[in-house]
Ligand binder design. Structure first.
Ligand SMILES: [Zn+2]
Length: 128
């Protein structure tokens, strides 16, 4: 196999095995950045098809189950940590929206009750 003809940082010939059909090694081929972006050995390939299917959460309990499952999958190395991070982030937002929606529902109910009560008070006050 041919050897790399590029020089290393010390100015000496690299001499690493050249890529087939080239006179340069993989590091000196100019493709190192591209290969780096694809990831090295430490970057696992996560297949989302291995994750448990979940419908969109409707309650805090649904979200709890989804987060619990995500923790298990993360620890088993099935879930991409970046995806787990995103799930945690949108999960927190979802919980805030759920709380706000609950407060909104209770407020509407309270306003109706106040309206009904004050209507009843007005009716009592009307002379016949
Ligand atoms: Zn080289």
């Amino acid at each position: 196999m041919a050897k790399c003809r590029a020089n290393n940082k010390a100015g000496k010939p690299c001499e690493a095995p050249a890529v087939e059909g080239s006179d340069r090694c993989i590091m000196h081929s100019g493709r190192a950045a591209e290969l780096g972006s694809k990831g090295g050995r430490r970057r696992a390939i996560y297949n989302q098809e291995n994750l448990k299917e979940f419908a969109a959460p409707k309650t805090a309990g649904d979200l709890r189950d989804l987060l619990a499952q995500s923790i298990v999958e993360l620890r088993n190395g099935q879930l991409d940590p970046r995806l787990a991070n995103a799930v945690g982030y949108v999960g927190a937002s979802y919980l805030r929206a759920l709380e706000m929606s609950d407060i909104e529902t209770r407020l509407i109910r309270l306003e109706r009750e106040i309206e009904r009560t004050s209507q009843a008070v007005r009716n009592v006050g009307v002379p016949r």
